[in-house]
Each structure stands twice: as structure tokens, then as C-alpha cells.
Design a protein around this ligand. Sequence first.
Ligand code: P6P
Length: 349
Amino acid sequence: TPGPAGSTTSCSLTRFLIEEQRAGRVGPDLRLLIEVVARACKSISIAVGKGALGGVLGDAGTPGAASVNIQGEAQKKLDVIANDVLLEANAWGGHLAGLASEEMDHSMPIPDVYPRGNYLLLFDPLDGSSNIDVNISVGTIFSVLRCPEGVTTPGDEHFLQPGTAQVAAGYCTYGPNTTLVLTVGHGTHAFTLDREIGSFMLTTRGMRIPEETREFAVNMSNQRHWQPPMQAYIADLLAGTTGPRGKDFNMRWVASMVADVHRILTRGGIFSYPLDAKCEAKGGKLRLMYEANPMSFLVEQAGGAASTGRARMMEVQPSGLHQRVPVFLGSRAEVEAAVGYHLEHDRAA
Ligand code: P6P
């Protein structure tokens, strides 16, 4: 029988999902969809783990003509490989009506040759891929929505649902170990890949983010480009015991959202990618549909908070598949403090 929160009786992802299904917390189709995504993550982990030996480091495209995605970012070979793995794995399963990827301009209905299911899958196939060539953790992020009733051939507009509509979300971090972190709306749980048997094994049931923290994650090189409330907030963190926060803080920035969020889910902290003068015109740096929303679902299910700095992330009504947003997520009390600086600034304006 399933152990209490925190316990990890030897339980594979498959067993965990079957027990969640028996408990009525996940349906059979969604259970199978998650298993398909997990299998694809195993394949991606193997490709990423080969490093230079796999001949797949570096930029996609031809020398001097790197391929660029809709984000305007140079694609890495592994970005393309990870995307192809997820497309192939999910095409024939029969659980999906359509899928959308950071690496594809538009969403894609499941090909007519296969049966279509009731879900929509969105993913960032390899987030943080600029870190691959320097052997720093990267990851796959995914989000699952219901396909609207009566829609048999979903288009981009059918994906534009708020984060609260997600039925599942997760990421797989490819680091010293490969760990899948998943929620189906009943807690956030971690599964570590046992490479000897090829199964994800439950290693943390019911992750909990500490309410308070002394650790923040932000790219400090953008400091001069931030809006005033962000400047004030970070200045007070840096002032430590000499300032209004009354405690000293530590900083971590991996520049791989999956790695930073995994650390925060594991030991607390606040992650922030705010608006700055460089990304303001685009609405932010990070993408709402397949980065901010799935991470926000996982964080909230672990007792944390996720905000745009002015509103709950998962209540943002999307206007575009690749829409960008400012992001504050992690330890609830610290996110609320950061939001306070923004709301106070707006009130005074
Ligand atoms: P910067 C990776 O490219 C990413 O999308 C996130 O994974 C990461 O948190 C952020 O961008 C890093 O951005 O500006 O520090 O390189």
C-alpha cells in the first residue's frame, strides 16, 4: 500500500500511477500519457548523457548557418533530437489530440493515421540547452491540458488555457542523476531513474517547499535593467542583516530553470526572472505555457507560490502559444515579499 507522505516504499512510476488511478486521482488515459512522456525522457537522458561522445553537442543546422527557433534562439542539436523524441513517442499513443513545443512555431494535431485522445501536451524539450556544451544540468518541462470538448483537430487557440486548467505537469532533470518530478494535482513527487532496471523509482512522495528561505536565484547581470521594485527588492536581499530583511541571503543561478527549480523544490528558495529593459517589450524572458505554468503547478502543489510579480501565475489568461511572462516562484513567504515590493510600487505610482 502507498506509504505516508515522504515515504518511498520501493515504488516505480508505473506502480505509483496505477495506485493514483485506483485512488481516482488520475484517469487511465492520462496515466498512460505520463508513462509515454517518462519513456521519452529516458531516451533524452541517454542522448544527453553521451555528451561529446554522442556527436550531438553544438548548434543544429550547418556551420555558419545555425538553425534558429521561433524564440530567435540558436537551436542545439540536442534541442532538435529531444523534440523529435517527444513527437515520435506521443504520436501513436492515442492519448493526445495535439501537442505544442518551444521548438515549433505552431501546435500540431496528432497525425490522422493515429487515433486522437482528449489531452493537449506542451513541452520545452530541452530547457537550458545552452548549458549542454559545458556539462551543466538541463531538463525537459511538460504540461498537460484537456482538449476542449468537441474539438477533434486542435489549433493554437485551443492550447491557450490558464495554468489552473492543467491536469498534469512535470519536468525531468538530466544532471548527476535523472529525476522526474510530477504532479497530477495531488502533491508533487520525485522519481529517480534507476539506470540498471530502466525504471523511474519514487524517491520523494510529497515534496514540500519551506515557507521561508535565505536563498534567491536571479541573473544579477541584468540588475541595471530591472524595474524599480525589483531593484529595491534585490537591494534589500543583498543588504542582509544590515537592511530591512534582517537576515543574510545566499544566491544561486544555474541559468537552467529546471535545475534552479529542482533546487528550490528540494530545499526552498525564490527563483525570479523579472521584466527588464531587454525583455520588457516581449513580455519577459520565460515562456508561460511550457515553462512558467508547469513549474508553477509543481511549486504550488509543493506548498510554494508562483507569481508574475503582480498576479498569480496560474491565473494568467494566455494570449499566445509562446507568450512570455515575468516569473517569481518558490518559498511562499519570499514570493509574497517580492510581490509586495511590486504592489507597493504600483500603489505609490
Ligand atoms: P539567462 C534557459 O535558456 C532559460 O530559458 C531558463 O532555463 C533559464 O532560467 C533562463 O533562460 C536563463 O536566462 O538570461 O540567465 O541566460
